[in-house]
Design a protein around this ligand. Structure first.
Ligand SMILES: [Zn+2]
Length: 126
């Protein structure tokens, strides 16, 4: 779901809350992958049969790949949500997060919004 659809459907505050929850869920996944990676290194032994070593190597690669992906996703979701939240203040009346989406320019990644308090319009880059 895109930014405009998410804000239209749930409102900005709920959209922002969901983005933060989703990003921190990825952070938890990153921590689990770090624990799994350390456990896979801990059980690795050169004297073990080659099939066990291969399983350990596969687990190390899997935990490393998923952990890096989850960390990148966490950082992207968090910085995107913060970037949008920093622009969610009406420039005219300084009201935070009380606006309606009027236009979604996907080419230039601009969201035109209208303040619910003073009807002022401004653009949110995302
Ligand atoms: Zn306003």
């Amino acid at each position: 779901m895109g930014l405009a659809e998410g804000i239209r459907k749930r409102g900005f505050r709920k959209w922002y809350e969901r983005e933060l929850i989703q990003s921190h869920a990825h952070l938890v996944l990153t921590c689990f992958c770090a624990i799994g990676l350390l456990a896979a290194f801990e059980v690795h032994s050169r004297s073990a049969p080659w099939s066990d070593q291969l399983t350990d190597a596969g687990a190390i690669v899997l935990f490393a790949f998923v952990g890096v992906w989850a960390l990148r996703r966490y950082l992207y979701l968090l910085t995107h949500a913060e970037a949008v939240a920093n622009q969610a203040v009406c420039p005219q009346c300084q009201t935070y997060a009380r606006f309606s989406v009027t236009e979604d320019d996907r080419v230039h990644q601009l969201l035109t919004v209208r303040c619910r308090k003073c009807e002022h319009e401004w653009a949110i880059a995302h």
